[in-house]
Design a protein around this ligand. Sequence first.
Ligand SMILES: [Zn+2]
Length: 266
Amino acid sequence: MITRVGDISVVGIFDGIGKEVAREVLKNPEKPDAWECHGELLDPQGNLEFTLGGYLLLAGDRKVLIDTGVGTIRNDKYEGGLFLESLRQQGVEASDITDVLFTHLHFDHVGWATQKGQIVFENATYRVHSADWQYFVESPEAIPGAVRKLEPLIEHLETFDEDRELLPGISSRHLPGHTPGSAIFTISSRSERAVFLGDVVHSIVELTEEGWEAVFDLDPPKAKAVRSNISDELANSGELAAAAHFPQFQLGRIVSSDGLRRWLSN
Ligand SMILES: [Zn+2]
């Protein structure tokens, strides 16, 4: 499905699916039975399904990716592999991509950055917040797998460390918590806007209810505060938003009535 945001087209690029036991990875300490009222979001075994992939933005003569899926991983939780094929279905080859923006550098967002040490989007400039590059690639604690995956990007890489317009109509905002360099991207064209939240939230419940905690967050209190602020902002602005793992890459809005927040997909 293509969403138009002014003159920019947005398409979800499917790579695969991840599965996690919902009550193990997303918890709401204030409500131990919190998942019981969200059965519609889970499979019969209580798993939460994560859509894996990225977003393609067609903006003027640029073809921009926000995140690059999980790659060719196949284990009992995560399975990817379809990213390039999904891109091709939109008439786009890897060599056509002009820019790759990473919301952060977790493995399920950088899968197709490189394959076997080779850069996949050879004509693209890759951009990420410097705090994530530092943490995932340069720090002594960096995980070797992440270093191997990301290090080949160095000559095609531009890190950013302030909130600014990175590309015409596409701006970054640093919201650390999930990872040190987590960033969200706002696209604006004519009078329309949409916000790409990455893993600031993983499931719709985190946007519509207070108090959720995700085991994937590296700084849980900070991530929780960021989530709460973004939820308030989106509820107040009525702006279009997308997260990395919502079902079918749906864009949507938070609507409020009677003190309750709901997610209305576009
Ligand atoms: Zn993720």
